[in-house]
Write a protein that binds this ligand. Structure first.
Ligand SMILES: Cc1cc2nc3c(=O)[nH]c(=O)nc-3n(C[C@H](O)[C@H](O)[C@H](O)COP(=O)(O)O)c2cc1C
Length: 309
């Protein structure tokens, strides 16, 4: 039966139950573990030509005024030409307080539309689909770059950036929700096939979900239901903006890997709750926040499949 046998999952390390390692079965040939790799994948209403995707990664190729340009289009078009099915462009700021440093993309300014249209059309010309990732770094920002106060759910600094954030008011929370919606509208206008909401890596959605960074006493803090209120409002606002034909996805960290932070157990409860909004087409699972950056973007010191341990 196709796909039945690709090897045997063997627990390598006693006491460590998060990972198993795939090894060939003795004496039996491995069937092709990648048999679906070049078959199409339906995500929401969008059909992707294969299962290979280029995840969101900062290129620092934007103009000095933070707009997408020919260079970014060339970069992604080359990957699409190489056969990638889906490109997800880099974290794109939804608000001036969330734009990290120069040459990084903004989505809140409508001036971004022509550049994103260029990137999307060049990727489409090569047969690939394109989603755009929207984010706000929240307390993991540095005012040195923005010359604006750092915003976060509570006035608790990130150990990585060490700047005391301003605890956002309800109005400011809504400003960010609307920032996500506005930037999503710009990507839609530019011809993007979907939007990925960045809820991972210790950024603002993650910050609201996590007790490490959210100690609010209003309806956005405390119980899990309250801590999910802001992420759900963002998801709803983005879906309402892009409609049913575009993909809406969410990236989460499956574990912050920090004492007191969100754990795999927490995310097992949170992810279905977010999914049950009925507004997401996929959830992409990454890991870590800025305190565990070295694992989030792990280098080759980590054995294959062993990032967590
Ligand atoms: C330079 C660089 C920039 C990145 N920027 C983003 C980003 O903007 N958004 C995001 O979700 N992940 C970002 N990532 C993480 C990648 O999407 C990916 O999850 C990570 O590199 C692990 O995959 P890998 O082992 O194939 O590198 C970035 C990674 C790198 C190396």
């Amino acid at each position: 039966m196709p796909g039945e046998l690709i090897g045997e999952r063997v627990k390598k390390d006693p006491g460590i139950d998060r990972f198993s390692v795939l090894v060939p079965l003795k004496g039996k040939p491995m069937l092709n573990p990648f048999q679906y790799l070049f078959t199409p994948l339906q995500v929401g209403k969008v059909t992707i030509r294969n299962r290979i995707f280029s995840p969101s990664h900062g290129t620092v190729f934007a103009d000095s005024d933070s707009l997408p340009n020919e260079r970014l289009a060339d970069y992604h078009a080359e990957r699409a030409k190489g056969g990638v099915g889906l490109i997800i462009t880099e974290g794109t700021a939804v608000h001036p307080t969330g734009k990290p440093f120069s040459n990084t993309l903004v989505g809140f300014d409508e001036k971004c539309i022509p550049g994103f249209r260029l990137v999307a059309s060049r990727v489409h010309d090569q047969g690939a689909k394109i989603f755009g990732q929207l984010y706000h770094r929240g307390r993991q920002m540095e005012s040195l770059h923005t010359r604006l106060p750092v915003w976060g759910p509570s006035s608790i600094p990130s150990p990585a950036t060490r700047e005391n954030p301003h605890a956002m008011s309800r109005e400011e929370i809504q400003e960010i929700v609307q920032g996500f919606a506005k930037a999503a509208a710009h990507l839609k206008e530019a011809g993007y096939d979907g939007v990925e909401i960045h809820g991972a890596h210790g950024y603002i959605l993650n910050q609201f979900m996590s007790l490490l960074s959210n100690q609010r006493e209003d309806e956005y803090g405390g119980s899990l239901e309250n801590r999910l209120r802001f992420p759900i409002q963002v998801i709803q606002a983005v879906r309402k903006t892009v409609g049913a034909d575009r993909v809406v996805g969410l990236r989460v960290s499956g574990d912050e890997l920090v004492p007191g932070g969100l754990t795999l157990e927490d995310m097992r409860e949170i992810s279905p709750r977010l999914e049950s909004t009925g507004m997401l087409d996929y959830i992409s699972v990454s890991v870590g926040n800025y305190s565990t950056h070295y694992i989030m973007i792990g280098d080759m010191i980590f054995p294959w499949g062993r990032r967590f341990i």
